[in-house]
Design a protein around this ligand. Structure first.
Ligand code: CA2
Length: 154
């Protein structure tokens, strides 16, 4: 649709391994399955969704910088960069976009070092522990945010 709000779904390092390793932690769904589901759920919510994955911090920063001009919202699972990357934090803050952070696993039930997120400081909200459903819920949250902004309601 021409005027659909645009949302970039970004996945960080190692998420290309989804469904191929550690199914006991991350499940059997592949990243291609997640991307396909985001596209179809996005369409049903009236969103134009683009999905990208990178194992490289600088590439993710570049895509976030581009998103400032080209997108209306961002869903991000930054993988391990969540817990380390001030560069992603700064890029997300500078994007001025509504950001929803997603994690497949419940980062609060795992090692202590996963409890801190540099992404969360730049996000409107975070969904974790619900597996791939988290991406759909994040898209739903953004769609609702765009709808209420367009209607002028809080
Ligand atoms: O739970 C999440 O979504 C995480 O962002 C996943 C990251 C982890 O570092 C975060 O603390 C939480 C790891 C992504 C690695 O994904 C793999 C998937 C399958 C096999 C191996 C790695």
């Amino acid at each position: 649709m021409a005027d659909s709000p645009r949302v970039l779904v970004l996945n960080g390092p190692n998420l290309n391994m989804l469904g191929k390793r550690e199914p006991e932690v991350y499940g059997h769904t592949t990243l291609a399955d997640v991307d396909a589901r985001c596209a179809s759920v996005g369409e049903s919510l009236g969103l134009a969704v683009t999905c990208r994955q990178s194992n490289h911090e600088g590439e993710l920063v570049g895509w976030i910088q581009e998103a400032r001009e080209q997108q209306d919202g961002l869903v991000i699972n930054a993988g391990a960069y969540t817990h380390t990357s001030l560069a992603l934090h700064d890029a997300l803050r500078a994007s001025d976009l509504p950001v929803v952070e997603v994690h497949l696993s419940n980062i609060h039930r795992r090692e202590d070092f996963r409890r801190h997120s540099y992404v969360a400081l730049a996000a409107v909200g975070m969904i974790c522990g619900l597996g791939p459903l988290g991406y759909e819920l994040a898209l739903q949250a953004l769609a609702e945010r765009f709808r209420s902004a367009a209607a002028g309601t809080p």
